[in-house]
Design a binder for this molecule. Structure first.
Ligand code: NAD
Length: 438
């Protein structure tokens, strides 16, 4: 009896003969591609961005979390290559889709990248191929959006082709947890789909967790990120309450987290950023709206978190006022514009809102970020200034927005008058500057 396509594909995977494709070579796709290449697969990355494709093929690693040496090794040995040509799909056995899932201006899900990638894959798809959607999305996307495209040319899912959803949980700049030691959740459209996808991931991650459906797998990711967004919203509101009560919220959190059970610390900050936490919960609330359900926790946390940049600017105005200075005409230096420490990603970063709000109020704003040489918004380009003592000494206020480990906080405290610290970066340090915390 001839082998079923699922058995044949599983055999290919286990023998490392399967050719793996990664669609979208960004913060998620590139580390995944390197992990598959390192595990012994031949990996082809497909991206619409010629700059990324060319960089990869030259062996130039553009994601800081990946070892440059390992990367160039994978490229020079031919294990890893990239192309803009979707024709390569016909040669592949397993394909992971890692394209963006942003919000539209109306704050609704923008599925255009997923749909475009799925349409291109479907054009070249051959029987015996596994497709795994990894982009974060609302429950139902794999079955309602991707599946109809994949079976459009008559393939039967679970027999001819295999389709699964597996959320990407990577945490950029995390030096402890990476692709290999972060458990991977998988849900298949059918049982065979899940089993083939598990066989693939079993070869690159230490633990694979199977759930009963693609919808459940999609919901896992949204639970994780909604949990973070809501708890950050809660602690941001607690920070505002503490400020009104004259209590140091950071001291309260430090003491609360000594409780060994029933509490886990979240920290206030200047607002949410990145491609995940500010966006993903809104995918869920959007989906629920179509079922006439109002996701109140998500909406409330979103309101609190998106207002944090305004709160920071208010604290800056009050702090300048104490020095008898108006915001208009004051020189302000923002330290760090990336959305979190030690990354170069400015997507949804609160620093951008803080800069715009301060400029609208007439402040003269400069920024420094060791990872971000320039930022653009509203057709304005701003370049990072040099980080030297003269700039620190020349400004009326320094705002710590991102606590990159690059900075020497004591040095900063000793060469400026006023610091608004949104990250508690200066805790326990002394210097000449007056420090205002959120
Ligand atoms: N960045 C994170 O920390 C993170 C973590 C977990 C999950 N995610 C999710 O993973 C997905 C990807 O995020 P990212 O941060 O890697 O995005 P990214 O913007 O860094 O990378 C996406 C890549 O896809 C490419 N692309 C766009 N359309 C394409 C198409 N039709 N065909 C081929 N390539 C295409 C882009 O050029 C880009 O290189 C998103 O759904 C995101 O929510 C991101």
């Amino acid at each position: 009896m001839p082998k079923s396509l699922s058995t044949a594909l599983t055999d290919k995977i286990q023998n490392k003969e399967a050719r793996v494709g990664i669609i979208g070579l960004g913060y998620v796709g590139l580390p995944l591609a390197v992990e598959f290449a390192q595990a012994g697969y031949h990996v082809v990355g497909i991206d619409t961005d010629s700059i990324k494709v060319d960089a990869l093929n030259r062996g130039d690693c553009y994601i800081t979390d990946i070892s440059a040496e390992l990367f160039s090794d994978m490229v020079s040995t031919g294990r890893l290559m990239a192309t803009q040509d979707y024709g390569a799909i016909g040669e592949l056995d397993a394909i992971s889709i890692c394209v963006p899932t942003p919000l539209r201006k109306t704050r609704d899900p923008d599925m255009s990248y997923v749909v475009a990638a799925a349409n291109q894959i479907a054009k070249h798809l051959r029987p015996g191929t596994l497709i795994i959607l990894e982009s974060t999305t609302y429950p139902g996307t794999t079955a309602e959006v991707v599946l109809p495209i994949m079976i459009g040319n008559g393939y039967v899912v679970g027999e001819d082709i295999f389709l699964a959803y597996s959320p990407e949980r990577i945490d950029p700049a995390n030096t402890i947890y990476g692709v290999r030691n972060t458990p991977k959740v998988i849900g298949g459209v059918t049982l065979d789909c899940a089993d083939v996808a598990m066989a693939l991931y079993d070869t690159v991650v230490e633990e694979v967790v199977k759930v009963s459906s693609t919808q459940a797998a999609e919901m896992v990711k949204l639970l994780e990120n909604t949990f973070r967004a809501v708890n950050i919203g809660l602690i941001n509101e607690i920070a505002i309450m503490c400020d009104k009560l004259g209590i140091d919220v950071w001291e309260v959190i430090a003491a609360a987290k000594t409780k060994p059970f029933g509490y886990m610390p979240f920290y206030p900050g200047p607002g949410l950023g990145g491609h995940c936490i500010p966006i993903d919960p809104l995918y869920l609330s959007w989906k629920l709206k179509s079922l006439n359900f109002n996701a109140r926790f998500i909406e409330l946390a979103d309101e609190i978190n998106t207002n944090m940049p305004r709160y920071v600017v208010r604290k800056v105005a009050e702090a300048l006022n104490e020095d008898s200075k108006p915001v208009r005409g004051s020189k302000v230096l923002i330290l760090g514009v990336a959305y979190k420490a030690d990354v170069d990603d400015v997507r949804e970063a609160p620093a951008l809102d803080i800069i715009q709000l301060l400029m609208q109020q007439g402040a003269i704003v400069h920024y420094h970020d060791p990872y971000v040489s320039s930022i653009q918004f509203d057709q304005v380009d701003i370049s990072s200034v040099d980080h030297d003592l003269s700039i620190l000494e020349s400004v009326d206020c320094v705002i710590i927005v991102t606590d990159h480990s690059y900075y020497d906080w004591t040095d900063i405290l000793n060469h400026t008058n006023l610091v608004v610290d949104t990250r508690n970066a200066t805790v326990g340090l002394n210097g000449l500057a007056r420090v205002v915390k959120i």
